[in-house]
Design a binder for this molecule. Sequence first.
Ligand code: FPP
Length: 253
Amino acid sequence: MDLLNSIDKERIPRHIAIIMDGNGRWAKERGEDRVYGHHEGVVSVREIVNTCGELGVGYLTLYAFSTENWNRPKEEVDALMELLVNTIRKEVEELKKNNVRLHVIGDFKSLPDVCQTELNEAIDITAENTGLNLILALSYSSKWEILEATKQIADKFKKGEIEEADITDELFHAHLSTAKYPDPELMIRTSGEHRISNYLLYQLAYAELYFTDVHWPDFRKQSLYEAILDYQRRERRFGKTSEQIQKNTAPHA
Ligand code: FPP
């Protein structure tokens, strides 16, 4: 409760991006199978989504499955896909009731058909919601996304639809899968690794990075409050000097 009181409600990050790491280690530490850790990770997902809604966060992007995760043992990949389908099926009414709008970024077509169907339904069901935008990064990697954007821009250039001078930051941004969303202001990674791991490389240019040793299944409300308080203690300069800092200078934010 104290931590919540310390948060400045006027300076809540508009967009928080999270790398949910440590499910496997959390499970191993308890002598359990890695998949058990993913199941407990879903409990954290639910709590963090609710907490972001309560705080008035506009966008929450969760790295739920990376392009590289396809290389995990087949049983784990299957278990993760099944967990995704079951979770979406179970939670969609709650998301609707809580005014959460679901979005997906990543190579959607590479997901199993049943995942695509379930996600498309949930996206439709929550499409009118106006509260938190919950963006699941699935079969996502930043290098894939940047290459896709580059190919689309090259194609337009080849067809004479754009000139070299049109290729600006705004144009590039408009071709990313996150085109509709502002850039994250805070990126959280759990479980002690200090890496970005092919996550939103273009969009995180000015984000504050927050790393915690807490494994994802233990990352709950209080951990999120701690991350936001840490973010609020920082001065965001965007390459300027302290003296020059004024409000509303963030690119895309
Ligand atoms: C990283 O832990 C976590 C993942 C690769 C998957 C995250 C998935 C969930 C939390 C569940 C499904 C999500 C939704 C949105 C329904 P890890 O396995 O890399 O852990 P480790 O680094 O300890 O091995």
